[in-house]
Structure formats: C-alpha cells, structure tokens
Design a protein around this ligand. Structure first.
Ligand SMILES: Cc1ncc(COP(=O)(O)O)c(C=O)c1O
Length: 406
C-alpha cells in the first residue's frame, strides 16, 4: 500500500512535474521534530531541514496551533488593508535587527529582488541621476536566487547559463579578499554590496569577521549600502540570531526567508533608517507579502525560538557536535578534508563528489544536502537534540567509514 503511494507519486512526477529539480528519489509523507518518513514507512533524520527552512522542527505543536488557529480566523486580506500578525512580526523582527522597517515577501529570491531595487533607489539618491550609480559588488561563489536579479547577483556559470543577458552592474570579487573589494567598490558608481555571512549553496564558505568589518567600513566611507543576505544562515542557525553578529557588524539592509516561516513561505527585507524611507507608496509590493497566515507562521517560529532559547542552545550544542564531526577527518583523511561553518550550518568538505555520499547517507537514514560540489551540508532543525546530533555523527561515521574509494 505504502509502496504504491510512492509509485503513484513517482508516476505523477514523471508525467506532470517539470524536470527542473531532476527526479527526486523518495516521496516524503510525514514529519515530526527532526524526523521525516517516506511513503514506505522508512524514517530519516532530517538534517537538510528542507534546506534550512524547518527551523523549529517538523510540525512543532506551538507552530501547528498558531497556524491552524489563524487559518480558521483570517488568512489573507492583501496589503490594501492592515492585518494584525504582519505588524506584530515586523515589531518582533526589530528586536533582532534594530530600529528600521520591514517589507514582507514570499521567498529568498524575492527578498533579494527587493534589496536590488533598494540599491537602485539609493544609487539615484546618491548620484542624482537614474542609471548612473547601479553597481552591486557580490562575492564569488555567492548564491542569491533564481530570479533575474538573483541570477545576476549569483556569479556562477551553472546558474546564469542560458538566461543572459542579465541585469548589468554586477561585479564579483573573491570572498574574504578585502583588497579586491576595496578595488571593486567604486565611490561613484557602486550603490551596494550584497554578501552572505556564510555562503550556503556555494559550499558553506564563511565570510571572516575581519572581511565583513572591512567591507562595512568601505561602505560607510563610500556611501554604499551594506546589504547582507541572511536567507540561509539567519534566524538562529549559526548560534546568533543573525550570522553577521559574529563579526559585530551592522548591515543597512538584511534579506531573510527560509527559517523565518518554519516551513511556510515567507521572506522579509529589513532596512535601517534612513534607507527605510527609499521605498515610497507605490514603489514596491506583492499581493501575498506579509499575509496574516504567513506572518503568524513567522511569529510562531520566533515565539518558539525565544521560549526554548534555541539560539543559545545551538551555540552551546554545536561545540561538541563540531568536535565529533572533525573526527571524521581522522577516520577518513582520504575522503574528508575539512569541517566548516557555524552552529547548525556545517559543511563536511570532501575530496570526492558529495552527491553519491548524500545518497548513501539517505539510504542509511539521514537527509543532508550537497553544496558547491564539495560539501555534504548539515542543517539540523534548531531544536535538534544532543542525541539527534550524535545520531548524525554515527550515520556519517558508518557511511564514510565503509566508503570504498574509487
Ligand atoms: C543565501 C541565499 N539567498 C537566496 C536564496 C534564494 O531563496 P529562495 O530559494 O527562497 O528563492 C537562497 C536559497 O537557497 C539562499 O541560500
């Protein structure tokens, strides 16, 4: 019976779902906490978390209660009218971001589109002319999404191929090479920089604190917006609410999505004053952004993070977990090069293609995600327990320990 459900889902995908995600290997039917189950009843430790989305675990009772009560009360009214949860969520976020304003949207790429539009408005204000100051400096190996703005900001051939011409004005410079950024940021023509505090898709590459501080200083000196993409690394994932906090910097603009909704699609743009006045009535918007249900999902996530002190727990629990993970290098020095990242955002960096390793881990009962052609990425829910972290290490030891080098 359960096998046939998997077969029918596979047949429906094969016949009717577009092939842009390839062919997904299993049909998942249930999630609870840090675990998911497939249609055949097999259980997996979910350390992919829907790619850093399931921040408070699957079907957390508080999240389910808040979302279902809101669904029964009011789902959507558009932004022609106020809804209570949107205002509450913006207020709650300001506790983490600081004083400023928030625009809500529905995804990470859409949040970054908003950032890029804001950069254009800043450029107009700075230069006095539309089109004269449109430059955006981004990091090599960055990933900022699949829309035209997102792709333009993502200097990777595999993302951009087939879609050119893209937006103009983007310059890519090597991450953590401050001298290169100093050259790339032009006081006249650069409107903004856009940086992931820790690159996710690019292979779990942390920006160093010195680099972030150096870029922040350059931005201040040259009147350039300091924009940080916290879509994957934010919302508690690295043991601080935002990963840039490890460097002690203060962005002008922050993009959020993924973990903010705990599984419900939501994105957000936070803008510091005075940049929060750049978007005036009619200059930006989206029908679904900040809907009552999505905003309630975001509020529920923040309530759980706060009530269960998850940011502190991630910081505390990740120390021992990282130490255990680093022992994989001694176990298989021929396969494992490095373990890097922060908190619950970790890349086990391999000498071999990570994709077959991700498949073997799945067969052994754990979901992970490949990144950058080099990493097995581990992104546990923020409330993953010490026992679940230990289970992830045991599965990795088993799979890598038994790995037959080609
Ligand atoms: C850092 C970063 N920015 C932007 C995006 C795009 O987000 P979305 O897939 O929600 O459009 C992602 C998605 O992986 C991401 O990791």
């Amino acid at each position: 019976m359960s096998g046939s459900l998997s077969d029918s889902a596979a047949a429906a995908y094969a016949a009717n779902v577009a092939h842009n995600y390839g062919s997904p290997p299993v049909t998942l039917v249930k999630g609870q906490g840090s675990y998911v189950w497939d249609a055949a009843g097999k259980r997996y430790l979910d350390f992919a978390s829907g790619i850093a989305v399931i921040s408070v675990g699957h079907s957390h009772p508080h999240w389910v209660k808040r979302v279902s009560e809101q669904a029964a009360k009011l789902v959507h009214v558009s932004n022609l009218y106020r809804n209570e949860p949107q205002g509450c969520l913006a207020t709650s976020l300001s506790r983490y971001c600081g004083p400023g304003r928030v625009i809500f949207c529905n995804s990470g790429a859409e949040a970054n589109e908003g950032l890029l539009k804001l950069a254009r408005l800043h450029g107009v204000k700075k230069s006095g002319t539309e089109g004269a100051c449109i430059g955006v400096v981004v990091a090599e190996r960055a990933f900022h999404g699949r829309t035209f703005g997102g792709m333009s900001a993502t200097p990777q051939e595999k993302i951009q191929k087939g879609f050119r011409p893209l937006l103009s004005g983007f310059t890519a410079a090597p991450l953590n090479d401050l001298a290169a950024w100093e050259k790339a940021i032009d006081a006249k023509t650069t409107a903004a920089v856009l940086i992931e505090s820790i690159q996710g898709e690019g292979g779990v590459n942390p920006a160093t604190p010195d680099f972030l501080r150096g870029v922040e200083k350059l931005c201040r000196e040259r009147n350039v917006l300091f924009m940080i993409d916290e879509i994957q690394c934010g919302i508690g994932r690295t043991g601080k609410f935002f990963a840039y906090e490890h460097a002690g910097v203060k962005p002008d603009v922050i993009a959020m999505a993924k973990g903010l909704g705990g599984g419900f699609p939501i994105g957000a743009i936070w803008m510091a004053p005075p940049y929060d006045e750049l978007f005036q009535a009619g200059s930006h918007g989206t029908t679904f952004g900040g809907g009552a249900l999505a905003s309630t999902a975001g509020l529920a996530v923040l309530e759980i993070i706060e009530a269960e002190q998850l940011v502190a727990k991630v910081a505390e629990r990740s120390v021992g977990w990282h130490a255990e993970l680093r022992q994989l290098i001694a176990l298989r020095p021929d396969l494992v090069k490095e373990v890097r990242g922060a908190g619950y955002m970790v890349g086990v960096i391999l000498n071999i293609d990570p994709i077959p390793v991700v498949a073997a881990l799945r067969a052994a009962g754990m979901l992970t995600a490949p990144a950058g052609g080099v990493a097995v990425r581990l992104l546990p829910p923020l409330n993953a327990s010490p026992a679940e972290l230990a289970e992830s290490v045991a599965i990795l030891r088993q799979v890598l320990g038994d790995w037959k080098a080609a």
